[in-house]
Every structure is written in structure tokens, then in C-alpha cells.
Ligand binder design. Structure first.
Ligand SMILES: [Fe+2]
Length: 303
């Protein structure tokens, strides 16, 4: 007994940073849930390695605690600062890529973002979801929803949302809770859809909170390239959460949330004359047209 006590005392006096890490890992070894065990062991390994690598000072440690506390305080029903933090650190896109590996030809996914709202109105083909956005350039987005073999998917649902021409989502206006710049469209028997909206514009993510401070301190901008959000779904297929991006936007190469994928970049063609498209869509120039086909992979377990 005497020897054991002496050994324990010796181990305590020899405690190093690595001893602490090993002891924390030892205590977590008994986590019953195997997936939770894998996650907490890895988290502690990486977290301790990070602290040791940068030799974190006590002041910096407390600053980190304060930053996370402020991030939590910034969250409410319509503002999710932690998602914004995850997005701006690229974590959301890494999670997206791991979870949505697509077969060749299927439309790639990208971040969901914090601005989706339930309850968007069902729209007829060509219905204008930008009816209050008078400053915007009228834009027709059309195309098909297809399976991996290129066959049309009738009755597919496209849940569409975007910022207005001032770069704000409806939920960012403090004086109204009305839905705007949102619509649900369905494909016809040939798998075709037709959305009327405004040409999307680049906008800045909310930067009046901790994430904004982080962007400023790291010499980064808050801009996202112009895009339209889509969730496309159909019975028997895996839904895809994605955007289409305007091909001429200067922020495509430096999106604040790292969400751009080449396959999602789309040309928004400008029409300045009363051409065939003007007659077909009943639009006065100037207006834009964009075409994009969405390709869905079968739901899990289907072929
Ligand atoms: Fe967005």
C-alpha cells in the first residue's frame, strides 16, 4: 500500500501537458456509445493539440470563452450566429461535402444558410416571387428536373428563396414579418419549371456581431456572390439543397462562406430588346433569363 501511494504521488508531481491529455482521454475511454466515444476522443485530442501548438495564454483562452459567449448571446429566433460562425470558418461546407457525396451528374449541394423560412407560397409556373422588388431586373429562371438517366421528373417541388435587390432577405426587415422573395414551384409533365424573380445581387452576411469582428480581425470581407437558393425534392429521390450563382459575380472566388461550386455557376443572359424571349415571357426589356437543370439521385435504397 505504501508503495502504491508513493507511485501515485510521483505521477502527480511529473504531470505535463501530455499527461493531462492522456488522462482526459483515459477517462473518456469508457463512453458507452461508440460514435460519441469516437467524437469526444478525437475532439479532445485535436483541442489539446491546438492549445499546445499555439501555446495559448490565459488571456487568449478567456478571450475565446468570451467570443463564444457573445456568439451565443447574438442568437435568437431569426439570427443564428453559430451557423454563421460555422459557415465563415468553412465547417458547414466540409460537413456538406462529407454528407452529400453525389454520383457523377447529380446536382451538387451547398450550404442551406440561415435565411430559409417555412410557409413560402405555392406559385404557378412563371409566378413572380419578387412582386415587391420594383428595383430589380426581372429574371426568368427555367429548366428541368431530371433523374440520373436524364429522364424528366414531373411534379418535383422547388422551394426557392433569395435576397431582394437591396441585398436583404425578408426576415432582415424589422418592420414586417411578411414573406417575400420566396416561392414553391412544381415541374410540369415534362419536368420543366419556370420561376419569375429578380436578378440576384451580391450581399454581405450580417457582420454586426462576433462573426463580423472575426472577419475584420482576419482581414476578410463579408460578401457572398449573387445567388438564388433552391431545395429541389421529388418522391423517390434524395432532395438537394443548393444555390445557383451568377457567373459574372466578382465574389465567386472569395465567397465569405466558401459555398461556390463550379457546377452551380449559371449564366444570367441580359435581354435589352423586345426579342423572342420578351414575347414568350411577356416581359419588357431589360430583363434576364437563366437556364439550369437539376439532376436528382435516387433516394437511399432505390435504384
Ligand atoms: Fe443567400
Amino acid at each position: 500500500m505504501k508503495i502504491i501511494v508513493k507511485e501515485a504521488a510521483t505521477r502527480r508531481s511529473a504531470t505535463t501537458e501530455d499527461d493531462i491529455t492522456a488522462e482526459v482521454l483515459r477517462r473518456l475511454e469508457g463512453t458507452p456509445d461508440p460514435r460519441l466515444r469516437q467524437i469526444v476522443l478525437s475532439l479532445v485530442r485535436h483541442l489539446h493539440a491546438f492549445v499546445k501548438e499555439v501555446e495559448l495564454t490565459e488571456a487568449e483562452w478567456f478571450q475565446g470563452i468570451q467570443f463564444l459567449t457573445d456568439t451565443g448571446h447574438m442568437c435568437n429566433d431569426i439570427r443564428q450566429e453559430f451557423i454563421l460562425l460555422s459557415d465563415t470558418l468553412g465547417v458547414s461546407m466540409v460537413v456538406d461535402l462529407i454528407n452529400h457525396r453525389k454520383p457523377e451528374g447529380a446536382t451538387e449541394s451547398t450550404v442551406f444558410g440561415p435565411f430559409h423560412r417555412e410557409g413560402a407560397p405555392e406559385m404557378p409556373a412563371g409566378g413572380n416571387m419578387a412582386f415587391r422588388d420594383k428595383a430589380g431586373t426581372p429574371t426568368i429562371v427555367s429548366g428541368r428536373v431530371l433523374d440520373l438517366q436524364g429522364r424528366p421528373i414531373p411534379g418535383a417541388l422547388l422551394d426557392v428563396w433569395q435576397a431582394d435587390t437591396t441585398g436583404l432577405y425578408d426576415s432582415q426587415y424589422p418592420d414586417t414579418s411578411e414573406l417575400h422573395m420566396r416561392g414553391k414551384y412544381r415541374t410540369d409533365k415534362d419536368g420543366r419549371y419556370l420561376v419569375r424573380t429578380s436578378r440576384p445581387v451580391a450581399y454581405q452576411i450580417p457582420s454586426d456581431g462576433p462573426v463580423g469582428k472575426m472577419l475584420k480581425a482576419t482581414n476578410r470581407h463579408a460578401w457572398r456572390p449573387a445567388h438564388i437558393h433552391f431545395v429541389v425534392s421529388a418522391d423517390g429521390f434524395e432532395p438537394v439543397t443548393t444555390h445557383i450563382f451568377d457567373s459574372i459575380d466578382k465574389y465567386l472566388v472569395s465567397d465569405a462562406v466558401f459555398a461556390v461550386k463550379d457546377s452551380l455557376i449559371c449564366e444570367f443572359a441580359r435581354h435589352d430588346t423586345r426579342d423572342g424571349a420578351a414575347a414568350r415571357f411577356g416581359l419588357e426589356p431589360p430583363f434576364c433569363t437563366a437556364e439550369f437543370d437539376f439532376v436528382l439521385k435516387p433516394a437511399h435504397g432505390r435504384t
